[in-house]
Design a protein around this ligand. Structure first.
Ligand SMILES: [Zn+2]
Length: 428
């Protein structure tokens, strides 16, 4: 539904009719334009991810990754330009022929030679990019805005004549002149592009800047808006969220965030963020319990480990340690968990073999091991665990052995056995 409101703000693609009367109690335009629960992922592991320092994907690996992403449920898969190399071109054709549900895109420079190669591969759409910042205009391609505008028109008209999707993006958008940028986007919108793209190519933008630029752009174009955020200063996920709040419709991701330098918005991290905003929507779109397999696949392919603190799948993502947390978690997991591990095929782990442990967590383990101990007995053995853990951390096996020994002593009915287990000096 496109239209213009009384204050001149154009409303596009929101599907919402905006009242012309100003009522301070109605949602702000910003809320009406939000796409937090209506967006698509453009998964760029096979394009941006190929720019990761370690990445080299052979054809079989690319196909495996594309199938895994498709199974997970991403809406688009973006591939390296077929103009980059002959193998890239052949791989592009091979992936287009897989018949995946996800639409296949390729990413090209704003150049007719590249466009001609791209449209012949069978892709569903072409993502066109050109640098518009003064840095790139001066030090990279050396072209002025008039040249960029003429080239964009030629390439967009050509791709559209082939009946496939076309996105036009600037590069380094946040360091481009705003007037240049908006007039270029307005022009390509008039030509009928499916999406315009904003790219924080150097990772300099913050969420507030993103919100403002996307909101401004939302008022200027009626097509969809795609955003691409680099993570040099740690804002990629927050920027993606801010962009969606402001009315962006598509977010670029890569698995584990791999890409040029330290990469872009990670697929898993974005999913975690958006699940928190609208759980039912995210669960209805994506097979969340596949995220770990997709990440392991890509981590293996590029020879890295999944980071310990990774969103959802990092080894400590659902590990609870402090005694007071453990007690609350065991009573009600929502106390210290915003993500439900079981929704992602993960399991919660309560760590108990350390000096911060508490008797409630130990009691939970006692029950898991099917041992019968009274609360007082559990408190006694908990203080023993704390004493041992003051010397060195205790593994789960250490703790289980101690609990079993203690239980054995208790049911023997011989107080000296119990005394023995509780008093034996720790030998480490
Ligand atoms: Zn990038």
């Amino acid at each position: 539904m496109n239209g213009t409101t009384s204050n001149g703000v154009k409303i596009a693609n929101s599907g919402v009719q905006v009242q012309t009367q100003i009522n301070p109690y109605t949602p702000r335009y910003a809320d009406l334009l939000s796409r937090v629960n209506n967006f698509s992922i453009i998964e760029s592991t096979l394009r941006e991810g190929e720019q990761f320092a370690n990445a080299f994907f052979d054809t079989a690996t690319k196909i495996e990754i594309a199938k895994a992403l498709d199974d997970f449920g991403v809406e688009y898969i973006e591939l390296t330009s077929p103009a980059a190399s002959e193998q890239s071109r052949q791989d592009c054709i091979a992936i287009c022929q897989l018949g995946l549900k996800a639409k296949i895109l390729t990413h090209i420079r704003c150049h007719m030679d590249d466009a001609k190669i791209a449209v012949e591969t069978g892709v569903d759409g072409v993502d066109v990019v050109i640098g518009t910042s003064s840095y790139l205009r001066e030090f990279s391609h050396g072209k002025d805005m008039a040249y960029i505008s003429a080239k964009a028109t030629e390439v967009i008209n050509f791709v559209k004549s082939k009946g496939i999707e076309v996105r036009f993006s600037s590069e380094d958008s946040f360091r481009s002149d705003l007037v240049d940028l908006l007039s270029l986007y307005r022009q390509v919108d008039t030509l009928g592009v499916n999406r315009v793209g904003i790219a924080d190519t150097v990772g300099c933008a913050n969420p507030r800047q993103v919100y403002e630029l996307v909101r401004t752009l939302r008022g200027v174009v009626s097509c969809d808006i795609e955003c691409h955020f680099h993570n040099d200063t740690g804002c990629a996920i927050a920027n993606s969220f801010a962009a969606l709040e402001a009315g962006a419709t598509h977010i670029d991701t890569s698995v584990l965030g791999i890409g040029e330098r330290n990469g872009i918005t990670p697929l898993g991290g974005l999913v975690a963020r958006m699940y928190t905003a609208d759980k039912d929507y995210i669960k209805s779109k994506y097979k969340l319990d596949k995220i770990r397999d997709v990440e392991n696949l890509v981590a293996n392919a590029v020879g890295i480990e999944v980071p310990f603190n990774n969103y959802i799948t990092g080894y400590c993502a659902f590990t609870h340690k402090a005694g007071i947390h453990a007690k609350a978690i065991l009573n009600n997991p929502s106390t210290y968990e915003i993500l439900k591990p079981e929704d992602f095929g993960m399991t919660r782990y309560v760590s108990i073999g350390h000096r911060l442990t508490g008797w409630n967590a130990v009691k939970n383990r006692v029950e898991q091991l099917d041992l019968t101990l009274t609360d007082d007995q559990i408190k006694q053995i908990t203080s023993k665990i704390k004493k041992l853990a003051d010397i060195r951390p205790q593994s789960m096996e250490d703790v289980d052995t101690l609990l079993r020994d203690f239980h054995h002593a208790v049911i023997s009915g011989d107080p000296s056995h119990v005394e023995n287990v509780l008093s034996t000096p720790a030998v480490n």
